[in-house]
Design a protein around this ligand. Sequence first.
Ligand SMILES: [Zn+2]
Length: 487
Amino acid sequence: MLNKKRILALSMVFVLLFGTLAASGDAQTIQQTSQMPKYVFYFIGDGLGASQRQLAEYYLRQTTGDNSVKLTMNTFPIAGINTTYSNDTLVTDSAAAGTALATGIKTNNGIISQTSDGKNVKTLVECAEQAGMATGLVTTTRITHATPAVFASHNISRNDENAIAVDYLDSGVDFFAGGGLRNFLPQGWKDAQTDAAGNTIKSKRKDDRNLLNEFSESGYNIFYGMNGAQNFKKYTPKEGDKAFAVFTYSHNPYEIDRVNQNYEVPSLAQMTEKAIQLLSKDADGFFLMVEGGRIDHACHINDAAGSIQDTIAFDDAIKEAYEFYLTNPNETLIVVVGDHETGGMGLGFATNYFLDLNQLENVKVSAEDQMSGKYKGDREEFLSYLEQNCGLVNITADELTALNKAMDLVDAETIRPENGYKYDEAALAAEYVIAERVNIQWTTYAHTGTAIPMSAVGVGAENFGGFKDNTDIAKTMAELMEFKLSN
Ligand SMILES: [Zn+2]
């Protein structure tokens, strides 16, 4: 493997002319770093907008009783704001946003690391591989989902997850962890074990390829399903190890369910910790992408408690990287971004000046995976479920009207036209009632075009601050690492 000298070229040093700056008021980058980071962490919170970050931090303050508590990502010295628009719309999806963050180019929604006319573009992970670095992809979603996919595959459609799974085989990525077994097993697959959240393991492939076997033949340690989750936790990586760890049939559970349902699935922090153990054995350094993938899903269904718990789980993973940074401060860079905001989460509504987070402490279930389907025709039973699992006591007449309207829809097997993802109407209504009590409001079940916060710490972090576009993050990272991206 290549052992590059990690010294920045003199061309990276910009001279700051004080007179010019004062006269023009121009913001200029001051490049003081003389070293290239050896260990790079790229944290991407899917759907992590400013509101999501702030709400999670306020929640931590409430539950700890400490008004000075911050999310670890909010303690980093460099902060910035990124625009997220894609090539074909101001409201991006995760494929176009991920492509921007992974390759530095704008493409259309739905496309995985290709231009809008279908040409492959080089990713940061591919550059890191060429530079001889160890690489890793970690997520709470299916490992073939858009955000991890943009780093190690190319496809005109994010939905072609079977092909994305095949792309991973020769990606050279040393460490994979997440969900999504269904795209790696041959069609008709039956398994003696369940996945790590108790679901049946099935296949979505349309061929007979067993990619888990193919990964194993290429020298990967395989951890899959329930047994894999148990073994993964006991696993001590050795020098030269590669690991492919996929715990669930589809996405890993929401953090709120992983904790309250006692699922065996490792947390995002546990997966990140293991990734660091394995990748840090490479003398050439590493590039690790970690996605908090389910913040987005919680916000699509307007689940505030779910968003908070997955944001805190994402921050706990960042803590693992930050601990590594503290022992390797002169060689480590951590960049934390979101890919877009989801849900149009508003912290305040109408003429009310308050946020009451107490209500959210009593919510113990996700809207999508637990609450949905719980109303089956018995209204008293559903109201008592909401009382026990969401703390919805002392229901008001208005709240009951909203819930009854939704239960009418479920009884009639209809949904409102604006409920485009066909979420359970009763679960949506329960979330609406919870949000009203907290004084949160949502504008959409999709994404929004708002700019989002970025934080960074470590070697070269100062280059990421300011008001930038998402493509600038990838470009800056490439410049810092002397990588040659496509553009
Ligand atoms: Zn989304």
